[in-house]
Write a protein that binds this ligand. Sequence first.
Ligand code: ADP
Length: 545
Amino acid sequence: PSTNSSSYFPEIIDNLKQVFKLSAFRKNQLEAITAALEGKDVFVLMPTGGGKSLCFQLPAICTTGKTKGVTVVVSPLVALMKDQVDSLTKKKIDALLSTSENTGDSDDWQRLVRNDAKPKLWYITPEKLCASSSVEKMLSILYSQGNLARFVIDEAHCISTWGQDFREAYTLLGTLRENYSTVPIMALTATANKRTMKDIVAQLKLKNEATFIQSFNRPNLTYSVQLKKTPVPDIIAFIESKHKGKTGVIYCLSRKSCETVANKLCEKGIKASHFHAGMSPREKEQTAQDWQNNKTLVIVATIAFGMGIDKADVRFVIHHDMPKSLSGYYQETGRAGRDGKPADCLTFYSGRDLSKLIDQIRKTEDTSPDSKERQIEGVREVYQFCSNISECRRVQILQHFDEKFDRAKCNRGCDNCVAVADSRKLVREDVTKHAQGALNFVRHIRDRGDQITQIQLLQALRGSSTANIKARFEQAPQYGSLSKLPMELVELMFNRLMFLEMLSNVQVVNKTGFHIDYLEIGPQAQSLLDGRENVVLDWYPKPDK
Ligand code: ADP
């Protein structure tokens, strides 16, 4: 049956406009809401930011549904539940939150039992829901009154041991179906993995569930990725040529670089501000507000910026530094083009970014070795994505969410597909010999107790005529050995060697307090020097002039 002609439609649309103050539904929202009101089990898969909350908050305040009473919402994070309850309260929707700290509050209990003061939504942690005897009692009362409208399991993938976010307490939710057999269940997640989806349905024992699966593809976003060389001038040129006067976000890894990049943009007349966790709440609020009101156009931020930011007309998202994970990348770029109009996502990456991120992960305290390894794997996955110029970016991103995407539908929507459409010729080059030369050079320098930076190595291998480079390194047999290799290829090779852990960086603080990155032979170097590994690069040679 068409959702627009269902008997629930008038009340749904009324609530959308009057209570939630929204003008239209996003994809699948109306369908999921209608199915919920019909009393069905519902499974919703929607990318983060897609608008899952509305799918259960709106039916919770409808009075025409097949079931009535309290909607019980389970979510893994108390902070997220608090945010939702706050925002519901602002909309004058009665919502209650029970966490381990506050359960058993007698006022709350009174409210739940009484018919005239029942909250519409009851947010509760899975631990409390399934393992607290007072909560169990309350649920039985509501159940016998016929006042349990539905159970909502948000972030339902936490039930699956296959996923990274597995929560022991979520497995208890499997008992809901047996104990409250007539109460419909709605499960929501942003994790599209097929195995996880099956697991969720099986464990929650959903029956004839209405399933709403939404593609993670964002057709209006254009993705491109560049090897990082001169990021700030490149960013300025990009904004001036494509997005002059338009709104955007630039993500940086460190607070310091947020500030420097913002300053440099301002010097060029681009209205930019920095935003990071080191600022006072007042400063942050002011900065966010100025951006919302278009007083500043570009926010240069760490990933602290974005949660809860919902500006529709963001025309570009730039990653000045490599993102930490593909999910993060998807989420951050996803803040562009929420209005459905074209928007650009540009990312800079380098082997140096990779090793910085890995260092950062290794240094974090309170993280288990396992979780560190997973995070490092995640960063390496991003590097692979960035350096893969043969496969469509969309195919790569969506594959991360287990979604198959047909490259033909990208339609010049990413740099790699544009290159194909423009008939550029991708060349695959084996640079093993050159790479061995570079490693031998570094080893030679290190063996004699000397240090070399990446720029110096590059100059030396290219046979620089600069006096001090010559003086220090000319004796090495590989001096000048890469002078014939195109610069682009040399740069790609260095970055690749970092990724392969054949070269690494060591940071040394010199006498004046400067941090200098020197090159070191990496742990995997020997396999290249022994000839067990090859270094192969894809690139687009510039046409001969
Ligand atoms: P999710 O839980 O899927 O990550 P949320 O429910 O937090 O996403 O919604 C993300 C943002 O989208 C919120 O700011 C919300 O107000 C907004 N939103 C949701 N539905 C709509 C809609 N139909 N129209 C406009 N904005 C919406």
